[in-house]
Design a protein around this ligand. Sequence first.
Ligand code: AMP
Length: 189
Amino acid sequence: MRLVIMGPPGAGKGTQAVILAAAIGVPHISTGDIFRANVSEGTPLGIQAQAYMDAGEYVPDDLTNAMVRDRLSKADCSAGFLLDGYPRTLEQVEELDSVLAGVGASVEKVIELTVDVDEVVSRLLGRSAEQGRSDDGEVVIRRRLELYFEATAPLTALYEKRGLLVRVSGIGTVEDVSVRVLEALGVNA
Ligand code: AMP
């Protein structure tokens, strides 16, 4: 299965992605996690990405697309994957289409986790206190949400037109939501 999970920062996307990827046995590919690993290792990619991440802005498409293209070319992705946090722009949607078309494949389902904006702000502020992520201050949180709703949420319409979009409410406990996600995909946990 080639899947994408979308949703605003704080929707619980990363947590659900881990559960879902394990349930269906595909690699979980989080572009945010890959960027954070590069930042902490001080790689050239990490050095280029850090300022954008700290400001809550998107890392430029050329850097992000090259990183995802490389990751998807690995053997473990040949039978499927779950992309978390990618695509976020129209250029990334087009890049993903073209990478997959190159191997005669395509995205099969796109899960959109829907939440209430006030709820995600309070979740993110809570996470900021717990984890001390450098992009979790309140101003940056608001910018990340604004960017999601301006630049990324509209992309779901595109997947909806293709008949691939599955909307799942992200409200409730981790378990409530994961049961809903698995049911929506017809996967037996
Ligand atoms: P996330 O953990 O998915 O919220 O990602 C953390 C940060 O990494 C984002 O705020 C962006 O700065 C960067 N990032 C992750 N994925 C992408 C992407 N697909 N396009 C551009 N920037 C990204």
